[in-house]
Design a protein around this ligand. Structure first.
Ligand SMILES: [Zn+2]
Length: 201
């Protein structure tokens, strides 16, 4: 799907995307105006992705577990999209009511095929969400920057442990015919982190 405004999530099959971040424009709008802009941008996005908020079901249960592992009393609004094959957090969404928004497509849930891998990607998106500085709105495109991705992985692993992230990377790799330089790279990074952590104990 081409209409996804936030590239902070994983987009399958887009490994050719250039790394790096587009320059973000800081808004000088009054807070209320910025909030209205955020809400209407989110609504445009949800319509395009045919995304609906869900508050129950097995996927939401995983979302709840992840949020609590992050020590969050507030569970982010959780959306399942009928379009696309990715997962993303909505940049700037915490500014609306403090909870933030995470979206995952039904196709992606099916493709992940297991709860542990789902926990891994949701923890990764949650890591983006909690470190979102709110300086960027939902219609400002964020290209996936490998360093940012690894930072989110590290933060996610700290909250939910290494297992879910590893399951997620391995599953993506599997769906790409067992060959993914990006997933190998991210696997290596968390392996190194875990090793370092073990040595510090
Ligand atoms: Zn990411």
């Amino acid at each position: 799907m081409r209409l996804i405004p936030v590239f902070a999530g994983i987009l399958l099959g887009t490994s050719v995307l250039p790394a790096g971040k587009l320059s973000l424009i800081k808004s000088n709008d009054a807070p209320s105006k910025a909030l209205t802009a955020q809400v209407s941008c989110e609504n445009r996005f949800f319509r395009a992705a045919r995304a609906k908020e869900t508050t129950g079901g097995p996927e939401h249960q995983v979302m709840r577990r992840v949020a609590s592992a992050f020590g969050r009393r507030d569970i982010p609004h959780f959306y399942i999209a009928e379009e696309g094959n990715n997962a993303a957090y909505i940049a700037g969404s915490s500014s609306v009511d403090g909870k933030g928004k995470i979206v995952i497509s039904r196709t992606f849930i099916k493709l992940l095929a297991n709860t542990l891998a789902l926990e891994g990607i949701l923890a990764h998106e949650m890591a983006h969400l909690v470190s979102d500085d709110g300086a960027c709105g939902c219609d400002q495109w964020i290209m996936r920057d490998p360093m940012q991705e690894k930072a989110a992985d590290a933060l996610a692993a700290k909250a939910v442990g290494y297992g879910p992230l590893r399951a997620f990377f391995l599953r993506i790799k599997e769906t790409q015919g067992g060959c993914s330089m990006e997933m190998d790279d991210r696997l290596q990074a968390i392996d190194a982190l875990e090793k370092m952590e073990r040595n510090q104990r």
